[in-house]
Design a protein around this ligand. Structure first.
Ligand SMILES: NC(=O)c1ccc[n+]([C@@H]2O[C@H](COP(=O)([O-])OP(=O)(O)OC[C@H]3O[C@@H](n4cnc5c(N)ncnc54)[C@H](O)[C@@H]3O)[C@@H](O)[C@H]2O)c1
Length: 343
């Protein structure tokens, strides 16, 4: 189902926060892509996004994108609760799919969507953009090239600058499926192995309203990988100094570490201290280039008929880990992922 055309004609479904980012990238910075149509249930949002990016067509009903014979691939950026259905319909329409994370919070729905993709033989890439960040990619390369020997320990620090609104927390699937999901993906990506067991210690230390909404805001998840590596993910919904995104991997021959990205490298020294500006504040600033790189990788995979770098299985596995992490907290015990998979 690969196309031999020089360009891939794209439809975007969902012109919200992330849809606008992908639209701008595809319109301006991905020469092998042509944006053909934007859909959003808010026709006004679709029209504004189309106008902004020189896209000829804007529609309210996503099925108009699927019915358009001129569209080769669809970028799904609508709300999470629509992803599984739209992925299934897009596969049935014979179009390739880039789907924002997560595919769904429900494993049965994810499996049904992945089955539809498999049956249709179309390509699917999931939007775990951090894999395409230059820092994280360098850590992965250090591991792949044996620069640190055999990895033994992984530490991921991932703290947001501020919690999202409570209205979002209520529908987001909770800390583990909304925020930690990126870190679960990063853990699997960096170590190159599956996680078999998780143990969670967590609490509500930032805002009692988050607890009242049934969620957590502070957590450490311990990971046991199939290859023996032990990992930790340390999350907070609020780091007062900004977006805190760091990783260390320690191995038999050394270690590799990445620090936060800053808007500049200036260090101010005076008689009392040495100081610098705060890190880049949130994901739109910190991960801008990775959003572009993942889109280029998707277009290349379709046009060159190579495997997509983030597969449907990569979309499923972190959801399993998120469900297991919450179960571990609720039941106050380590949880093996097979327990969740067999439910
Ligand atoms: N990879 C990342 O770092 C990242 C970052 C942000 C968002 N996301 C994901 O992207 C998705 C969208 O998030 P957002 O922040 O852009 O949300 P948003 O609410 O800003 O935008 C969603 C848009 O989808 C539209 N929409 C909803 N149902 C639709 C349908 N059936 N057909 C067409 N349009 C529809 C809404 O009108 C809205 O404009 C979520 O699944 C989120 O998890 C991923």
């Amino acid at each position: 189902m690969a196309t031999s055309a020089a360009h891939l004609n794209i439809g975007i479904i969902g012109a919200g926060r992330i849809g606008k980012v992908h639209a701008a990238h595809l319109a301006r910075h991905v020469p092998r892509a042509r944006l053909a149509v934007i859909a959003d249930v808010s026709e006004e949002a679709a029209r504004a996004c189309a106008q902004e990016n020189g896209v000829p067509r804007a529609v309210a009903d996503h099925r108009a994108v699927l019915d358009d014979p001129g569209v080769d691939a669809v970028v799904v950026c609508s709300s999470t609760d629509t992803h599984a259905r739209i992925v299934t319909e897009t596969a049935q329409a014979g179009k390739h799919i880039f789907c924002e994370k997560p595919i769904d919070h429900d494993l049965a729905k994810i499996r049904r969507a992945l089955d539809a993709v498999e049956r249709a033989g179309v390509k699917l890439q999931i939007g775990f953009n951090r894999r395409f960040d230059a820092n994280f990619a360098r850590v992965r390369r250090a591991i792949l090239d044996g620069e640190i020997g055999q990895p033994h320990l992984l530490h991921i620090i991932s703290r947001d600058p501020a919690p999202p609104p409570i209205s979002y927390i209520k529908v987001s699937g909770g800390l583990f499926l909304d925020m930690t999901i990126h870190d679960f993906d990063m853990a699997r990506f960096l170590i190159g192995a599956e996680v078999e067991e998780v143990y969670t210690a967590a609490g509500v230390l930032v805002d009692p309203a988050i607890g009242a909404a049934g969620d957590l805001d502070t957590a450490v998840v311990v990971l046991e990988f199939a290859n023996g590596v032990i990992g930790t993910i340390d999350n907070s919904r609020r780091a007062v100094y900004g977006y805190d995104q760091r990783v260390e991997v320690f191995g038999s021959a050394g270690g590799v570490r990445i620090d936060n990205n800053y808007p500049n490298t200036a260090l101010i020294s005076d008689a009392g201290s040495v100081r610098r500006d705060l890190p880049l504040n949130f994901f739109m600033d910190r991960y801008t280039e990775s959003f572009l790189a993942e889109m280029r990788a998707f277009i290349d995979a379709v046009l060159d008929n190579t495997p997509t770098p983030v597969t449907g299985h990569d979309g499923l596995a972190p959801v399993v880990m998120g469900i297991a992490a919450r179960k571990s907290y609720d039941e106050h015990r380590p949880v093996r992922l097979v327990e969740v998979l067999s439910q």
